[in-house]
Each structure stands twice: as C-alpha cells, then as structure tokens.
Design a binder for this molecule. Structure first.
Ligand code: SAH
Length: 346
C-alpha cells in the first residue's frame, strides 16, 4: 500500500494539509522549510509549532527512512542500506568529490530487468519506490555528510523508466523543494519502449544516460534479457528523438566485460553505430559481483577500446566506480549482506 506522507508534497499541498490540522495557512511555509531544509524526521521536532499540536501530531508519518547499515570506503564514498516503512531495504550511495556531493539513488526495490552482470538484477523485483522515498535518500545523505547535495544520479537499484511517474515527481521535488539544479540530475536507463520519448516530452533540463553495453542486437540481448523486446535500432531511434526534442546531448554507458563486449571490433562497430550522434560514451569497467563469471578487462584493453572510439571522433571517458571497497557497485552491498546476515535484509 502506498503511504500518504508529508515528504514529497509541494508547498500548496502542505499548506492545505496544515489547515486540516487546525493551524493557520502561514504555518504551511514553516512546515515546508522544516521538512526540506532542516530535514526533520518527526513533526514533534518543529519547535516553532505549538506544543499541544506537536504532541498530538508527533506520530504522523513524515516519510523518512531509517539507516539500517552504513559503510564508508577509503575514498570517502558512503554506502547506505535504508529501511523503508514496510521494512524493505534499498541502497543509496553518497559520493564526495571536489566541491561536489553526488547521491546515487534507487528508484525501485530490486529490479525486473535482470541484466546478467548486475547484482540488483539477480535479486528480482519487489516494488516501485514512491517519489518521497527517492527524495528521502537525498535528504539522508545530506544530513549524514552535513553538506548540501549538488548532484543526483538515478543509478542505484531499479529501472527509473519503469517507474517514470514517481521518478518525475521526485525530480520535481528535488529541483523545486531541495533546490538541486535540473542539469545536475541524471537519469540512467537500460531502455523501456516509449518511455524515453515520454521523458523527452517533459521539457526538463536533466541528463539522460542510456545503458547500451553492446554495439548490436545479438550481443545486447545476450547480456540484457529485456532487450529481446526492444531492438537496438528502436532504442537508438528513440534516443535520436530525445536529442531532437530536448536539444540535449545524451550519454551512453558501456560496461566493459572482458572477452564479451570489449574487443576492438566491438569498439569499431560501436563507433559506426554512434556516428553523428550528439552523445558521449562512458566506459564502465565491470565491477565483479559474485553471482556471475564475468571479468573486468585490464587497463591496456580498456585504453585500446577508448582509443578506437576517439579515433572515430566519438567523445568518450572511462568511469571507474567509486567506493568499490564498500561494495558500492549496483546492488552489491544488499546482496552481500543478504548472504552474510540473511535475517536482516528482506
Ligand atoms: N537500470 C538503470 C539504472 C541502474 S544501473 C540502468 O540500467 O541504466 C546503473 C549503471 O550501472 C548501469 O549502466 C548498469 O549497467 C551499471 N552496472 C550494473 N551492474 C554493474 C556492474 N557489476 N559493474 C559495472 N556497472 C554495472
């Protein structure tokens, strides 16, 4: 059952709600600030409100999760397992880099896409997250680091475009209520038919990242089971439409799996496919997960792949994952905990 909570509501909605509790409308703005700026977990914390009201409303659900587990990697990346109101667990990662604090948020509990190389995909799909459960992840990291979050990437558990309505609501709230610029928000998708087009029509300035991972349909299908229903040419056509409608360049993510999709021929084929596309390719060396036999290619091989793309005038960079020591790769902390302490992780 979706939970009706305060987090995720806009200022007018909070103002309407506060009036139903017998308070004057101006307290809506106060509630809004305490919710999104001070990050309260509980209404009794709002010291500017009358004591009787706080006592009466103290248990009303605000919509904040609890930190179930937390781990910090030597590079400063912090990985969290957050417990939701129904006891389910999601992952969130806080990544501090010079001047930035990026949060990697989950959009679903589990994921139905079942990509072969992804730990989350191995655990199956449980449910969609509500918008406030996405906003909560950002507030939690902000509070823990005592630093404003500057960037959010939808690269945690789940497929954001399979939960587009709630993801869009969360983007609106992150932008308007928390004040994160749209250009600092990135949605990553493996592709869900027609949803990239729908996203393009929202008139947003966000960045879209598409997990391509292969230069042709046969290879793509062999590592991404859902690609069977979505031919690579259709996906790329929708991406072209996205660029035409939004006039924004998009990124393609390409995980490098040794001997599977990292050969020079694959690079040349990819370059041909993306010729003339307003895009940027992010090569992501595979983060080993225990469930599958894939391997990460060596540096030399990664550089050869990159050089071939560059020789074809394709903008490319290599993205090494942060916080590997904290199992920060997609779904890893949750699945590793599940193995070592099954009772604590649903
Ligand atoms: N479902 C979305 C977003 C979540 S995954 C998507 O597929 O884009 C975010 C990125 O991490 C994706 O590019 C995904 O392919 C990549 N990823 C998943 N498992 C990985 C692993 N073991 N090593 C490296 N990258 C991985």
């Amino acid at each position: 059952m979706p939970q009706d909570v305060l987090l995720g509501k806009s200022l007018p909605e909070l103002t309407d709600w506060i009036e139903t509790t017998g308070q004057p409308a101006y307290r809506g703005k106060q509630l809004y600030n305490w919710l999104y700026q001070k990050g309260i977990h509980d209404l009794s914390e709002i010291t500017v409100f009358p004591k009787a009201w706080r006592e009466q409303m103290g248990t009303y659900p605000v919509g904040r999760s609890q930190i179930h587990h937390q781990r910090t990697a030597p590079d400063g990346t912090r990985k969290y397992l957050l417990q939701l109101h129904d006891g389910l667990i999601i992952e969130t990662v806080g990544i501090p880099t010079e001047k930035r604090l990026t949060v990697c948020v989950s959009s679903q509990v589990g994921c139905a896409m079942a990509c072969d190389f992804c730990a989350t995909g191995k655990s199956g799909f449980t449910r969609h997250l509500q918008a406030h459960e996405i906003v909560d992840q950002v507030l939690t990291v902000q509070e823990d680091f005592q630093q404003r979050v500057s960037h959010v990437v939808f690269m945690g558990m789940g497929e954001p475009l399979a939960n587009l309505e709630q993801v869009l609501k969360s983007i609106q709230s992150l932008n308007q209520d928390i004040g994160i610029g749209q250009r600092s928000l990135t949605v990553s998708t493996v592709g869900v038919p027609d949803q990239i087009r729908t996203l393009a029509q929202q008139n947003l300035q966000i960045t879209l990242a598409v997990s391509l991972h292969a230069p042709n349909q046969v290879l793509r299908e062999s590592i991404i089971p859902t690609a069977v229903h979505y031919p690579i040419e259709d996906l790329l056509d929708e991406c072209r439409e996205y660029v035409a409608i939004t006039r924004r360049r998009l990124s393609f993510e390409y995980i490098l799996l040794a001997g599977v999709n990292d050969l020079p021929d694959h690079a040349a084929e990819l370059a041909k496919k993306l010729k003339g596309f307003q895009s940027h390719v992010n090569l992501i060396p595979y983060n080993p997960i225990t469930e599958v036999p894939f391997q990460r290619p060596g540096k030399k091989r990664i550089n050869v792949f990159k050089q071939i793309l560059q020789d074809h005038k394709i903008a490319v960079s290599v993205r090494y994952s942060k916080g590997l020591e904290a199992d920060a790769a997609c779904g890893q902390l949750r699945s590793n905990l599940r193995r070592s302490a099954p009772a604590t992780v649903k």
